[in-house]
Each structure stands twice: as structure tokens, then as C-alpha cells.
Design a protein around this ligand. Structure first.
Ligand SMILES: *[C@@H]1O[C@H](CO)[C@@H](O)[C@H](O)[C@H]1NC(C)=O
Ligand SMILES: *[C@@H]1O[C@H](CO)[C@@H](O)[C@H](O)[C@H]1NC(C)=O
Ligand SMILES: *[C@@H]1O[C@H](CO)[C@@H](O)[C@H](O)[C@H]1NC(C)=O
Ligand SMILES: *[C@@H]1O[C@H](CO)[C@@H](O)[C@H](O)[C@H]1NC(C)=O
Ligand SMILES: *[C@@H]1O[C@H](CO)[C@@H](O)[C@H](O)[C@H]1NC(C)=O
Ligand SMILES: *[C@@H]1O[C@H](CO)[C@@H](O)[C@H](O)[C@H]1NC(C)=O
Length: 510
């Protein structure tokens, strides 16, 4: 086993040839204009975009933590876990026994130690168990793994190739020392196969952000999730004005109807989380929000909880003026909000809750009445609730209907707006909807990396808690023309291959 393994050498020569052929062909085609991708039609919208349906539980901000970048964390922790397992196995099997000091120490243990093959199998089991364990713990995050891979895939690939290349050293060292031919051949074979798979992996990696600069769709509009909930208490007028300052185009909210028929903004079934109902009406605090009349609701403080419970770290950095304004917030009526929206030229999108209340139709009627009387241009109102939608369409045809589902096979009238969780739509679907002039709003998108991928995919808008962060983004975090990506890919693979060759040659003579 003096030479670098023949199989690796010829495989790699083949691969290099394949890459360069592909690259040259791509260049030629580009010059001939064959690769110009179809120009994606811009979604034509008069105003307004769809936004978020509601979350399963009150106060549920979506499974992703804000500061931990959602499932990016998952990717990297898994990678780390696997790398650790592989390294431990390698050092146990290959390096430690090779050290003279260790040989003396280990000699008595060798009899007890499992064979290298057993260790490898054990490692595989540990990694599998870790995957399953994490899978259960982070079930929600797995749903976003696909999007997350689109953001990290190309770089994850480089990282893994780098890690596996480093393993060439202990491997070569072991190969030159061992006398067990079967084991040598087995290890070389496995290593070669893994490296070939890794070298070719980019063939299977697609990311919407691998595209030419001039094909980048326009930046998605921002929909403020209950306003700007990191800067002001959710679902208040202050939250609406903060959202307007944030270049948000749609204020997403939740409407309920009071016992005496006044529509007001409230997300939860109960008032306890976002008001001081426990201090004002202690004996009625646990009742449903809709059992209070408007006179009672107006007495509640809907802001101070924000300073006390600090739902986001941003609360600490509020100015003194903002803090004072927070404590002044009351539960707003829909009428007040429509007036503010009209003056600020912001659209409003809402859910009407609780959806299966026995008086639901009267809630719909009361809400419609307030909207029609407010004088707000109806195209500035985006209607989410499915109940009595036909009646709403008839009575107020100007209102934009937003659907919380994908289109059906034989949709009777074309959907114009859909509003879904970002995990539910693939880049391909987003592209299709865009071509068919359906505006797509995805929720809840807070991290710049996630926003970047959705931007590249071409969504019309996203619902966000962090408008102050996304507002500042002038460009996706990364955008690679496919030829550049191909170059990176070839360079990484070649470098890795040369490093492996070098390891085998060097260790042979050392
Ligand atoms: C609150 O509303 C839910 C569903 O809308 C209902 O099941 C529950 O009984 C109500 N609670 C009270 C105290 O009215
Ligand atoms: C609102 O409810 C409170 C207590 O339930 C009652 O005292 C008050 O008269 C009601 N106000 C109106 C205007 O109905
Ligand atoms: C209102 O906003 C829309 C876009 O959201 C814009 O096209 C329109 O010019 C604005 N109107 C006014 C009066 O500012
Ligand atoms: C009311 O709606 C919730 C979710 O919106 C659902 O879980 C529940 O089963 C519904 N209850 C009734 C009585 O329909
Ligand atoms: C709601 O309005 C519709 C249409 O005007 C009417 O037919 C229906 O009876 C109303 N329902 C309630 C509960 O007021
Ligand atoms: C989408 O809108 C554009 C511009 O208004 C139009 O040219 C195109 O035909 C529309 N596409 C579909 C599928 O309706």
C-alpha cells in the first residue's frame, strides 16, 4: 500500500474532468444565451398582502426562538455531533493504539476492547440514536429543516468536505501501519465512497439564492405580526404606529367582538396575558374576552404587561418616551384602528375569533359594519376568516380575500392571496404561485437568513415580529451566481483531493 489508492486516484481524475467539462459547457451556453432563465413576472398587486393565520396557543410566537436562528442551530449541532462521534471513533481505533506510550497502557486493555469494526458500528448506532432523539425533541424544527438547508447547504457542504479531508491523515497513518489487508481495503473503500458522494453532493443541493443578481425578485413586503411586537405591546395603536415607522405595509391583527357588539383587537381567548384584568376585575379575570362589554374593556391597561414581562429582549432598550407611551396603551377598538390605518396608509389584515363561537355570524356582521362605516378604502382590508366568507364577498366585494390554504386542483375562481406557515411551501411552489400572479405571504419570519431564502424564492410578503431588523436588509445575506458557485465547488473539491493525495504521499515517507 505504498501508492495512494488507485481507486481514489482514477475516481478523482474522472470527477475533475466532469466538473471542468460541465463548467466549460455552462460558460459556452451562457455566451449563447441558452441559460437565460425566464423572467419571473412581478406579482401585480394594487395594495396589500396576505398575512398570518393564528397560532395554536395564545402567546405562541412560533416554534423558533428569536435569537437562536431556528433550525440553523439544528444543522450545526447535528454536524458537530456527527463530527465528534467520527473523531472519537477514529482516535480510538486508529491513533491511540499507534502511540508507543499508549501501546503499553493499552496492551492489557486490548483484550477487553471491542474490535474496530464493532466500534464503527457502535458509533453509527450512537449517531442514529442522536438523530432520533433530536428529531423527537425538535419535531417542530424538522419542518423547517428544508428551508434551513437551502440557506446553509452550500456552506455545510464545504465544511463537511473540509472535515472529511482532515480525516485523511489518521486514515493514511493507519493504512501504512496495519497489516490487516481486509481492514485496509474496507476502510479505503468506505472513505473513497464517502468522498465521492461528498464531491458530488452539490448536484443535489439546490438553493433559491444560487441565481444571477438580475433575477433576484423584489424584496418581500413586511407584514407586522400584531404590529411591531418587539417595539410596542402587541395589538395596540402604538404597535400600529411603530409598524408604520418600520415600513410595514400591512398590520396583521386579531379581532374579537365584545358582549355589547363592539369589535376590538385581542389575540387571546382570555385577557390575562396582555392586560391588567386581574387587577381591575379580579373575579372575572378568567372569563373569555368576549364576555366583557366595551365599557369594561376600555378600563384595562393593555401596555404595562409589556414592560413587566418583557416578551422580547428589545424591551430593555426602549426610550423613556416609548416606555411612558407603553403604559398609556388601552385595548383599541377596530374602529380606532381602521381610522389610524386610513391615515397612515397601511393595510390591515385580521382573523376574527373565536372561530367556532355560536354567535360567529353576528361577529362577522358587526365587524363588516364597522369596516363599511369607517370609510377606509376596502382594498386596504385583507380578510382572513373562512366563516361566512361568501356573505362577506357579497356585502363588501372590495375587501381582499386571503386564504389560509394552498390552491385546489380545480379552483373555481382564482386565488389571489394565500397566507401560510413558511414551512408549508417549497421554493418551487412559491415560484409557481408567483408566475400565476398569486401573492404569497408566509409567517412568522424573524431571522435574516430565513428572510433571505424566501426573498430569493420570490414570496410577496412575510409576517414578522422583527420588522426593525428586516427593514434594514437591502439584499439577501448571500446570493451566488451559479457559475461562481460551480467555481467554489470545483476549487473546494480539487483542494480537498490534493490534500488527501498529499497526506497519503507524505505519510508514506515519514
Ligand atoms: C371560552 O370559550 C371557549 C371556546 O370559545 C369555550 O369552550 C369556553 O367554555 C369559554 N369559557 C367561558 C368561561 O365562557
Ligand atoms: C358593562 O358591564 C358591567 C359589568 O358587567 C356593567 O356594570 C355595565 O353596566 C355594563 N355597561 C354597559 C354599557 O352595558
Ligand atoms: C399608500 O401606500 C401605497 C403602497 O403601500 C402607495 O402605492 C401609495 O402611493 C400610498 N398612498 C399615499 C397617499 O401615500
Ligand atoms: C373550536 O375551534 C378549535 C380550533 O379553532 C377546535 O380545536 C375546536 O375543536 C372547536 N370546537 C368546536 C366545538 O367546534
Ligand atoms: C348577518 O347579516 C346577514 C346579511 O345581512 C343576515 O342575513 C344575517 O341574519 C345576520 N346574522 C346575524 C346573526 O345578525
Ligand atoms: C400575471 O400578470 C402579468 C402582468 O399583469 C400578466 O402578463 C400575466 O399574463 C399574468 N399571468 C397569469 C398566469 O395570469
Amino acid at each position: 500500500m505504498a501508492d495512494p489508492p488507485g481507486c481514489c486516484r482514477s475516481c478523482a481524475t474522472c470527477l475533475l474532468c466532469l466538473y471542468s467539462c460541465q463548467w466549460i459547457t455552462a460558460k459556452k451556453e451562457k455566451r449563447k444565451g441558452l441559460r437565460t432563465t425566464k423572467v419571473i413576472p412581478r406579482v401585480m398587486l394594487s395594495r396589500g398582502w396576505p398575512a398570518p393565520a393564528w397560532e395554536a396557543q395564545s402567546g405562541d410566537w412560533g416554534a423558533e426562538g428569536f435569537w437562536l436562528g431556528g433550525s440553523l442551530w439544528l444543522d450545526w449541532s447535528l454536524l458537530l455531533l456527527i463530527a465528534t462521534a467520527v473523531l472519537i471513533t477514529y482516535s480510538a481505533v486508529l491513533i491511540l493504539p499507534a502511540l508507543p506510550a499508549c501501546r503499553m497502557l493499552c496492551a492489557p486493555l486490548t483484550a477487553l476492547c471491542p474490535a474496530p469494526q464493532t466500534l464503527l458500528i457502535l458509533t453509527a448506532l450512537v449517531v442514529a440514536a442522536a438523530f432520533i432523539g433530536l428529531g423527537i425533541k425538535w419535531a417542530e424544527e424538522w419542518r423547517s429543516a428544508r428551508v434551513s438547508l437551502q440557506a446553509t447547504g452550500p456552506f455545510l457542504h464545504i465544511g463537511i468536505v473540509g472535515g472529511m479531508t482532515l480525516l485523511a491523515w489518521p486514515l493514511a497513518s493507519f493504512i501504512y501501519r496495519t497489516h490487516n489487508t481486509g481492514l485496509k481495503v474496507f476502510l479505503l473503500f468506505v472513505y473513497c465512497m464517502v468522498m465521492i458522494a461528498l464531491y458530488l453532493a452539490p448536484l443535489g443541493i439546490t438553493s433559491p439564492c444560487i441565481m444571477e443578481e438580475n433575477q433576484l425578485p423584489p424584496k418581500p413586503a413586511l407584514v407586522g405580526h400584531r404590529g411591531a411586537p418587539m417595539l410596542a405591546p402587541e395589538n395596540t395603536l402604538m404597535s400600529l404606529y411603530k409598524a408604520v415607522d418600520c415600513d410595514v405595509q400591512v398590520f396583521e391583527t386579531d379581532v374579537m367582538v365584545s358582549a355589547d357588539g363592539v369589535p376590538f383587537l385581542m389575540h387571546d381567548e382570555e385577557l390575562t396575558r396582555t392586560t391588567n384584568v386581574q387587577a381591575v376585575f379580579p373575579e372575572r379575570a378568567a372569563l373569555n374576552s368576549t364576555t366583557f362589554n366595551w365599557t369594561d374593556l376600555q378600563q384595562l391597561d393593555a401596555g404595562s404587561w409589556f414592560l413587566e414581562r418583557r416578551p422580547f429582549p428589545t424591551v430593555q432598550s426602549l426610550s423613556a418616551g416609548d416606555r411612558y407611551q407603553v403604559t398609556e396603551q388601552r385595548i383599541p377598538s377596530l374602529e380606532q384602528v381602521l381610522e389610524a390605518a386610513k391615515q397612515s396608509n397601511i393595510s390591515i389584515m385580521f382573523d376574527l375569533r373565536p372561530e367556532n363561537h355560536s354567535d360567529y355570524q353576528s361577529f362577522v356582521n358587526a365587524t363588516l359594519e364597522v369596516i363599511l362605516q369607517s370609510g377606509i378604502p376596502l382594498q386596504q382590508v385583507l380578510w382572513l376568516p373562512d366563516g361566512f366568507r361568501e356573505q362577506v364577498k357579497q356585502q363588501a366585494p372590495g375587501i381582499q380575500q386571503v386564504y389560509g390554504r394552498k390552491r385546489l386542483q380545480n379552483e373555481k375562481e382564482p386565488l389571489l392571496h394565500v397566507n401560510l406557515p413558511y414551512q408549508d411551501m417549497s421554493s418551487e411552489e412559491i415560484r409557481q404561485y408567483r408566475q400565476d400572479n398569486i401573492s404569497v405571504n408566509l409567517y412568522v419570519v424573524n431571522q435574516p437568513w430565513l428572510f433571505s431564502v424566501l426573498w430569493c424564492s420570490g414570496v410577496s410578503s412575510v409576517t414578522t415580529n422583527a420588522c426593525q431588523v428586516l427593514k434594514e436588509m437591502k439584499h439577501p445575506i448571500w446570493l451566488l451566481p451559479s457559475s461562481t458557485y460551480l467555481m467554489i465547488w470545483i476549487v473546494v473539491d480539487c483542494t480537498s483531493f490534493l490534500a488527501i493525495l498529499w497526506a497519503f504521499l507524505l505519510l508514506k515517507y515519514v
